[in-house]
Design a protein. Sequence first.
Length: 94
Amino acid sequence: MQLTIEQEGDVLVLRGVVDGFTVDQIAEVLKEDRNWVLDMLEVKFLASCGVGLLLKREMELKGKEMCLTIRKPSKTVRETLRMTYIDRVIKLED
């Protein structure tokens, strides 16, 4: 399965699977230093490499007084973030 990334205003909408084959797509988009909001409602799977990327980027942004927010995480994404305690580091919005 693939990953699509669309910008809707200030929000990046991700659809599909975040895994070793697709994580570089997200990394490329998130290079810019700014506050990011990722809509992950339609993300079916979030692999550990995706979790690592999100955590790394959040820590880099936090050092510059910016942040990464995950909006509407799918049930699978929310559970992955909860099990890895990343939900305590990255802001989640319903």
